[in-house]
Design a protein around this ligand. Sequence first.
Ligand code: AMP
Ligand code: MG
Length: 342
Amino acid sequence: MTRKNFRACPVYIIIILLAGSCTLHTPGYYVFINGLTQGTTYHITYESRDSINYQSEIDSLLRQFDLSLSTYEPASIISRINRSEQNVELSDYFINCFIASRQIFEESDGAFDITVAPIVNAWGFGFTEKSDPDSSMIDSLLQFVGMDKVRLENGKIIKDNPDVMLDVNAIAQGYTVDVVSGYLESKGLTNYLVEIGGEVRTMGINPHGQTWRVGIDKPIDGMQIPGMQMQAILSLKDRSLATSGNYRRYYIKDGIKYSHTIDPETGYPVRHNLLSATVLADECMVADGFATAFMVLGLEKSKKILEHRKDLDAYLIFTDETGQYKVFFTPGLKKFLLKVTE
Ligand code: AMP
Ligand code: MG
């Protein structure tokens, strides 16, 4: 099966609308729409007093987005840049994503790095065939990795070497959530939830007049069905949330687990006791980028970043020396937590 778009992994979390008793607000009509995009599903709920269904507009927006940033779309801007075509006209989507990616690269000490594409591909998690790399192949691919090898100059992308390639899959879904949310806000909507592939943005209240409820899955290896076993339930208002984990997209070869998060410093899939990272931020793109960065950095380094980045909250699930699940969450996240399971 060929993947069409950003990632084939299903959602990391599920959205639940818990029936509730306290309804202070008289809800208007809520419109529920869902569909497929970026190799995954989307679910959007919003209050529209006139019950206007914006699905076709949203679908064409998602298509435009793919034509900018999908590495699985040969005609997209990013694919053309990866093939080193000349004079590729950039879109605002591409430029915004590139600028944000560089910023998160800097703020994560290089853990988040969209130039990791050739290595993601070599390990079999990208847009080319897997090549079972050995250490000398990784060493030679590492020469094309690093944000110092690519820049935005006068509206064009300049690469130091044609083999430098970009993969924005770690941030694109979060960015799409922001784009779709921006579209809904442009229509004057103030109560909505947008979820694409598990990345979420909420605004206002749900159909029960409550804050939106979002579940975080237990990071159990191979568990493909979101919501089967939940670790926690958060109550979210006017916040975005993204989760990264290595429990769905991985393979095992000769008894070794290879996950889809690559450490750009070593060129190898990360292997440590941090199982999933859920990040809350105002913008979903920022949450998505840092969730991936934290999976590269591991527990302790992520905690250090969180000490300084007071605009971020996080819920990190890891295993201790005995293999038991443990969680760390920022003090700011506490007020969002409705339920935690052991
Ligand atoms: P996410 O699920 O948001 O953590 O994104 C994971 C995807 O991001 C992977 O499937 C790769 O395509 C890409 N990726 C892997 N490692 C990195 C990294 N260190 N920095 C940026 N993107 C990465
Ligand atoms: Mg991410």
